[in-house]
Design a protein around this ligand. Structure first.
Ligand code: GLA
Length: 664
């Protein structure tokens, strides 16, 4: 069954309203709700006094309407009594200040007492609901996030380092504490990167980010263990925050879960762009599919305008539906909308749901109902389909964290570079898998590793064998710069990839963001053209590579800016700059041509095409993100699964329109 649902907070509304909510939900085709993820005060109003009767009644009302339930463990927001009992369980921020009560997620993730209370409420809920016929799964906590610098985290960090390095001699050596005489003689001397008036040792900074990420993964694991033991029939997931979130290594966090979920908010109060950036949303979905390499759920899909203190743009008519199919096109096997009814009180009064505060069905409810009835017909035909792609992009959290500590250039942003390459593929309707650096790359023909700054030996070996075996690899400036400890390699850059790329970097230069250096491009098979380079410029010497472009300015005028190297059976491209969107676009176009990777159809700008495979059957998702109708030419006849009609020749797709096509 294709799960189609809403996030519901019955505890915010009088009980007499619950039957009406369930009736409206059923009428809209809702078959699942997420409940209780912030309901700790209601589930355990006093220490160890558990109260489930209200939730039992809410579930019963939903169950009678055939609606299933996912329960959230409520640990993201603790009742006042928990925090009053554990005053040192508040996070300490990077300025050394302890947080106070009044938000959510203010707990320190290493605090033993908080974790114990979290396990207790999880166990109590698990025992109560293990055999409930309506309950199908669990969401652990909510959007795990944050960093804590308290004394408890400091000793946790010291223990984590002891396990990682074994001896202080090793740690001092790897961290390079010879610099400024930071040689540690006791584990207890090692600080967390609180304000020092300066910049921390990059090795310490990166390890602390790793430690915090591991801490949240452990926090999640404790609840996973309890639920696995007691609720063996239920699935376990967590709601991630997509590509944009950068504090936890999501490839790690995904491992113990049955599947990954994420929260997709295209138009929130914080993103006031006129158009929702559909390519960036696609990246969010692709990254989420990549975290576990399998279909995922959207656990919170935007339905109304977002905002806490100010109000964001309201999703336009048809956008909820469009975003729903876009998620499905990229691998979502379930969609749950946030939230059923807009809260009248609390911080999120302006975060709008399907229903306004007054609770009467309106335009967004009608749209939900339309989607619900479509997915009742179409959902099962799509469920579990695979996204099979020939192109992968390598996402490295170590690299991301190292750049957070040292951006290298004031205007350089790793996620922005990554997004720029992604968009060059996406705009050509080329499906992309987002993979970790140690992924099995054998199924891909083209791999792009933007600024792979932290490059452990085994990752370099992985890329080397990918190229040796016939793949095409794209490497950019600021790749292979650092070893696993965040120390700079003792060799020519791009370090461990210098042989694969056939270049060595003799010098590098930077320019202010607005400055450009022209390039002359002579891409094989194409006429000579010009392009621009920006931000970063490596002055490279080719060892075995051929130049495909040269810088035409600055003191390094004439030196290779882009090179192509034959290595084993494959080829690698080195881009000696951090570029410029249009340069990336040109290069990706050429790389696709030269690896013979083609989109199944070409579409006008703003019309997205994605494919998923159901066994041998290819399903094409066509989505019009523009404000006007567009014509698409089809090369054969298809059945549109949504309307059940047959389409061929040239078709018109309305603004925000969607087709799900199956070849006939
Ligand atoms: C996040 C959270 C939700 C809610 C929404 C809107 O995605 O998971 O609980 O706070 O944002 O703010």
């Amino acid at each position: 069954m294709f799960h189609f649902g809403v996030d519901y907070y019955p505890e915010h509304w009088p009980e007499e309203r619950w039957p009406e909510d369930a009736r409206l939900m059923e009428e809209a085709g809702v078959n699942v709700v997420r409940l209780a993820e912030f309901a700790w005060s209601f589930l355990e109003p006093h220490p160890s006094r558990y109260v489930f009767d209200w939730l039992d009644r809410a579930i019963e009302i939903l169950h009678r309407r055939g609606i299933q339930v996912i329960l959230g463990t409520p640990t993201a927001s603790a009742p006042p009594w928990v925090m009053a009992m554990l005053p040192d369980a508040y996070k300490v921020n990077e300025h050394g200040r302890r947080l106070t009560y009044g938000n959510r997620c203010e707990f320190c993730p290493t605090h033993a007492g908080y974790r114990e209370r979290g396990r207790m409420i999880t166990r109590a809920m698990a025992n109560h609901y293990a055999d409930h016929p309506a309950v199908i799964g669990w969401q652990i906590d909510n959007e795990l996030n944050g960093r804590c610098y308290c004394p408890n985290c400091q000793s946790g960090f010291q223990n984590w380092l002891r396990t990682r390095y074994g001896t202080l001699e090793k740690l001092n050596d790897v961290w390079g504490t010879a610099f400024w005489s930071h040689v540690y003689t006791e584990w207890s001397q090692i600080p967390v990167p609180l304000e020092t008036g300066g910049v921390p040792n990059p090795a310490l900074d990166l390890d602390f980010r790793r430690f915090m990420s591991d801490t949240f993964t452990c926090f999640q694991q404790e609840q996973v263990d309890i639920l696995r033991q007691i609720c063996s029939k239920h699935f376990i997931t967590h709601n991630f925050m997509g590509f944009g979130f950068d504090q936890i290594d999501y490839f790690d966090l995904a491992k113990p879960l049955d599947f990954v979920s994420w929260d997709n908010y295209p138009r929130t109060g914080w993103h006031l762009a006129k158009e929702a950036d559909h390519a960036y949303l696609a990246l969010g979905h692709d990254a989420t599919r990549g975290f576990k390499g399998q279909p995922f759920w959207v656990m919170e899909e935007q339905s109304g305008s977002g905002g806490w203190q100010t109000v964001g743009m309201t999703p336009r008519p048809g956008e909820m539906r469009l975003w729903t199919y876009q998620a499905i096109a990229h691998g979502a096997d379930a969609i749950v909308y946030f939230r059923w009814r807009t809260a009248r009180f609390g911080t999120e009064q302006f975060w709008h749901g399907v229903l306004y505060h007054h609770g009467q069905p309106g335009r967004r409810y009608d749209e939900l109902k339309t989607i619900g009835s479509e997915l009742k017909r179409v959902g099962e035909k799509i469920l579990g389909a695979e996204n099979r792609n020939q192109v992968a992009m390598i996402l490295s959290y170590d690299t991301r964290w190292a750049f957070q500590g040292q951006p290298n250039h004031n205007d350089f942003k790793y996620p922005a570079l990554f997004t720029s390459y992604y968009k060059a593929l996406h705009s050509r309707n080329i499906g992309v898998d987002i993979v970790p650096p140690d992924a099995d790359l054998s199924r891909y023909r083209l791999v792009i590793a933007p600024a792979l700054y932290i490059l452990p030996d085994k990752v370099a070996d992985n890329l080397r064998s990918f190229v040796q075996n016939g793949g095409m690899l794209i490497v950019t400036a600021r790749s292979g710069v650092k070893d696993e400890a965040n120390a700079i390699v003792n060799q020519y850059l791009p370090g461990l990839l210098a042989d694969v790329c056939g270049v060595e970097v003799d010098e590098y230069d930077i320019q202010p963001a607005e400055a450009t250096v022209p390039l002359e491009l002579s891409l094989p098979g194409r006429e000579t053209q010009t392009a621009q380079s920006r931000l970063w410029f490596d002055v490279v010497r080719t060892t075995t590579a051929q130049a495909m472009a040269t810088f035409q300015g600055e003191y390094f005028s004439g030196s290779p800016a882009i090179t192509l190297n034959q290595f084993g059976q494959g080829r690698s491209i080195y881009i000696a700059t951090l570029g410029d969107d249009s340069l990336h676009d040109t290069l990706i176009g050429w790389a696709l041509e030269s690896t013979n990777i083609k989109a199944v159809l070409s579409t006008p700008p703003g019309v997205e095409l994605t494919e998923r495979w159901q066994g041998d059957q290819r399903l094409l998702f066509l989505m019009n993100h523009t404000g006007e109708a567009k014509e698409i030419s089809l090369d054969r006849s298809f059945e549109d699964l949504i309307s059940g009609t047959s389409v061929k020749g040239s078709i018109k797709i309305p603004s925000s329109g969607v087709f799900v096509l199956k070849a006939q």
